[in-house]
Design a protein around this ligand. Sequence first.
Ligand code: LAG
Ligand code: CA
Length: 468
Amino acid sequence: AAEAAVTTNRSVLVHLFEWKWTDVALECERFLGPKGFAAVQVSPPQEHAVVAGAPWYQRYQPVSYKIESRGGTRAQFADMVRRCNAAGVDVYADAVVNHMTGVYSGTGSAGTSFTPYAYPGTYQSWDFHHCGRNGNDDIVDYGDRYEVQNCELANLADLDTGSPYVRDRLAGYLNDLLSLGVDGFRIDAAKHMDTNDIASIRSRLSNPNVYIYQEVIEAANEPVKASEYFSNGDVTEFKYSTEIGRVFKTGQLSWLSGFGESWGFMRSDLAEVFVDNHDNQRGHGGGGNVVTHKDGQLYDLANYFMLAWPYGYPQVMSSYHFTSHDQGPPSYGGNTTRDVWVNGSPSGCNSTEWVCEHRRTGISNMVSFRNATVGTGVSNWWSNGYQAIAFSRGTKGYAVVNKENFAVNRTWQTSLPAGTYCDVITGDINSTRTGCLGRSVVVNSSGQFTAGVGAVQGLALHAGARLN
Ligand code: LAG
Ligand code: CA
């Protein structure tokens, strides 16, 4: 997890869920790069099934490895990667490698027709697992390792990832993406593949340093463990998301003083974490009572905490508005996704189309906070014993998170050098570094400052936003 931070001094990724490649490219140049984001995760780029109603989830049903999807063409994808990289932002592709489409006949986004277990030019029946369980080969018993890895997840044709041909084919696809400049992969449904299969595919990649994070939803009563996958790369820590949900929705922030490994989470440097992701924000993929953009200011607060607290490689979710859980992205009709960027401005970020959580002042400025505090631990922990907490990140940062329904006014003890700092939750330092776009506070020579932090608000100071 620390990998991205160590190599680039950037330490936060954002998932621009269902954004088109043309919009991702503009966002990299005009926002993500300047704001210090390390990377962007994009939706699966391969040819996918075209499903009636254009649901989001059709992107998780590969038909071929042509880079031709609802996100855009191969040329648009290549242009996006080049422009993001030039802006200092890595691109991580969501790699759907466990399976192909559901077991039915249909057509893909590049026009390829398919029938059950037959994908012309790519796979035939013998390239799939046929697990021989439950009458229809579907996974039923998550307590059975064989079944989880060899039967069908939601009726999706399960690739025989143990076969050399399939491994070569998958590596060929990933190498194609690497040749276009992709820097990392989210390995979708990793739990449904033997870790040795992923290792073998990884060993065939042209870039041995590619960043890999594997989606493993570990559950207490199941045999397949996240730790089995550490040798391949990082792993998603879903407990982080569900515990943030529990604490922020029904618990107390004062519980968070030791948030991390002592809560039963995996090692911090192996964990990829998020407040919510595209699955659990709509009740899929592990579900849970997670905090999402539908929770108003509470969501921003949870993100401030995630970005201020040193655990894992944090991912900011960027969503679109939806009222039903299968609903696809904003569109001009059918599979024609709406632009975020229109005539040079991101006007698609509004109350009915794209949520753009990552553009909110506090959340986006906390990216710089995290970059400025990489490598420092927590000190000066304070809480009021209930819903207000504060802590230092060494001599580089100080954060307050107040979930009380009243303002907390006090003198706060930091370890920051004296000076005038911008409270980046309210606004960043200006471009000439002579003033703050939001409020400022003065830290004295004892490291103290006096300020109020409003109900369900945060405050954050860091070395990169101190006036000269
Ligand atoms: C993932 N991680 O392991 C993705 O994060 C998750 O979004 C994917 O499921 C899943 N694995 C497979 O890649 C999503 C939806 C499913 C959807 C599936 C395939 O959560 O609901 O299944 O993508 O599109 C859908 C229907 C099923 C149907 C299946 C096949 O919901 O009822 O059986 O398609 O036709
Ligand atoms: Ca499998």
